[in-house]
Design a protein around this ligand. Structure first.
Ligand SMILES: Cc1ncc(COP(=O)(O)O)c(C=O)c1O
Length: 391
């Protein structure tokens, strides 16, 4: 539904998304396919809105974590190939085939369940997952992977389209381990090629690979965090590709007050005023994904000025200091815009700033944004569409 009635919203810049997609398209080797990783609600940005824009841009593939995420995209009208990167239980195989959804394959029992599917003239497309050193999903390189590939190729219900692996340290400065993973995966790719097996697509790249070592990506870049304008780590070569953050988290002042001296602010009165202080109440809290663990650490932007969050972040609300923003003497008014993440004037609070305060990574910061925060898709300064699952 295209409506929302709260001040808190995530603005999603479709212009920035295009800048980032274009930057990666230009940076990767000619002919390399581009997958938009829209799992986890497009890293919190809104899966359908992001997938629609990525499809219009011309990405070649969508990537999701599990089957329900893929079905959501199909039901929203996404027609590009979709790969489920994670585990699909046997109960999902027929549904995946019906929806033309490609799945990752890495277990014999699932392979045999596919072989037992009633034939209906359609094949279930699969990409076989190789564990080259991530230690997560996939067959081990060598005989284990080779036997599995050979068996999968005999199953009439399956079309083995691809083979893929995932790097665990591609975002680190030292590329020795990634090179080792690349070589292991190459061993399996060579086996397929030397035996002329009918598998055409090999892929190994994530954002970090796309930035630092695109030639180790094989045939497709599975682009996640970089598409959202964030770097996978501080160690990748950020000068290689200029990215623009796609998400800004904004709200507005719900109430202002001048609190007396020694006035407790929020649960536990962990912050107490040391004199008369101007306080602003914001309608955003930990239930929106603004973690309570940021209490006493987070900041917000008001009138282009950084102000601290005061005291404990509540479920739906939190308080900020208004005095730093009122140095000009003009009091902040109710309903004035406040930026929690993003730019206001010359100041910016990044997902990495928030991640550092939480001891996590930017990926988790955007993924944490709750469903109840409307996603407002903006192009050229104008609202393009709104996603609000509540209404
Ligand atoms: C299998 C796989 N491929 C690609 C990606 C995209 O990675 P990134 O967001 O670092 O580009 C992920 C993300 O976790 C993943 O799990």
């Amino acid at each position: 539904m295209e409506a929302y009635y709260r001040a808190t919203r995530a603005e999603i810049s479709l212009d920035a998304l295009r800048v980032n997609l274009t930057a990666f398209r230009q940076a990767i080797p000619e002919g390399m396919l581009l997958m938009a990783s829209v799992k986890a609600n497009a890293y919190g940005h809104g899966a359908v809105g992001i997938a629609r824009e990525a499809e219009a841009f011309g990405v070649d593939y969508m990537g999701v974590a599990f089957l329900d995420e893929a079905i959501q995209l199909r039901q929203a009208g996404i027609t590009k190939p979709i790969l489920v990167l994670g585990y699909v239980p046997a109960a999902g195989l027929a549904v995946a085939r019906d929806y033309d959804i490609t799945i990752a394959l890495f277990r014999y029992d699932i392979l045999e369940a596919a072989a037992a599917l009633p034939e209906n003239g359609k094949q279930l497309a699969v990409h076989i997952k190789i564990d080259s050193g991530m230690g997560r999903l996939g067959m081990l390189p060598g005989l284990e992977a080779e036997r599995f590939i050979e068996r999968a190729l005999t199953v009439k219900q399956l079309r083995v389209e691809g083979l893929f692996t995932h790097y665990s340290k591609a975002d680190e400065l030292d590329k020795a381990y990634t090179e080792q993973q690349y070589e292991r995966f190459n061993g399996v790719v060579d086996y397929v090629r030397n035996n002329a097996l009918p598998i055409s697509l090999f892929h190994a790249a994530n954002s970090a690979t796309g930035i630092d070592t695109p030639n180790w990506g094989h045939g497709m870049l599975r682009l996640g965090i970089g598409m959202y304008g964030l770097y996978p780590s501080a160690q990748v070569n950020q000068k290689e590709i200029a990215l623009e953050p796609v998400m800004s988290l904004k709200t507005a002042v719900a109430m202002t007050k001048t609190a007396p001296e020694h006035w407790g602010i929020s649960y536990g009165a962990r912050y107490v005023t040391s004199g008369q202080e101007r306080i602003g109440t914001l309608p955003i809290g930990y239930a929106d994904g603004f973690s309570r663990m940021l209490s006493g650490k987070a900041e917000a932007l008001v009138r282009g000025t950084r102000v601290p969050i005061l005291g404990t972040i509540c479920m739906d609300q939190c308080m900020i200091a208004l005095d730093p923003a009122e140095q000009g003497g003009v009091q902040v008014q109710a309903d004035e815009e406040v930026v929690i993440m993003g730019r206001q004037g010359d100041e910016v609070i990044t997902a990495d700033d928030i991640a550092d305060k939480l001891g996590t990574i930017n990926y988790e910061v955007t993924c944490m944004l709750a469903a109840r925060v409307p996603r407002v898709f903006v192009r050229n300064g104008a609202v393009q569409s709104i996603s609000n699952p509540l209404l």
